[in-house]
Design a protein. Structure first.
Length: 149
């Protein structure tokens, strides 16, 4: 039972940390970030199972985290107010061609990152963008001005 409790606490901690880190950072991982993720995984394993190297202990830890993942997904799907807490909401970065500086600061993004994303989507400048939205998965959706209805 001790392993289940520790796994549940670690799950909640990871959920909170990923919300604090932010969407954009998680969607654009560099090699260092990937290595850090592996190291964090090792720390989590040590914290959850401690000295228990048994198959039963591992199965309990994995099962607890898997169950909590399914429960979190179900709660997010079933209860709309919880979806905002668990997944976040899309954030408008450009509205009618104007950069929303406050939202950029809140998401810890620079104009240069936004310009790079526009270039990757074949837009030469931010003035060509009608709307830019940071989606809940960390990707940026850009709607060009020419796409107006």
């Amino acid at each position: 039972m001790d392993i289940v409790l520790r796994a549940a606490i670690i799950f909640v901690l990871i959920l909170i940390l990923t919300r604090i880190v932010g969407r954009r950072e998680l969607s654009s991982m560099e090699p260092f970030d990937l290595i850090l993720l592996v190291v964090i995984g090792d720390f989590v394993q040590q914290g959850v199972t401690q000295q228990d190297n048994s198959v039963t202990g591992s199965a309990l830890a994995i099962g607890t985290i898997a169950l909590l993942t399914v429960v979190t997904a179900y709660v997010s799907f079933r209860f709309r107010p919880m979806r905002r807490v668990l997944e976040g909401e899309p954030v408008i970065l450009i509205s009618n061609g104007t950069v929303v500086e406050r939202n950029l600061r809140r998401e810890r993004m620079t104009i240069e990152e936004l310009e790079a994303e526009a270039r990757q989507q074949q837009l030469s400048s931010l003035e060509d963008v009608r709307f830019a939205v940071l989606e809940t998965n960390g990707r940026i959706s850009l709607i060009p001005r020419s796409a107006q209805a």
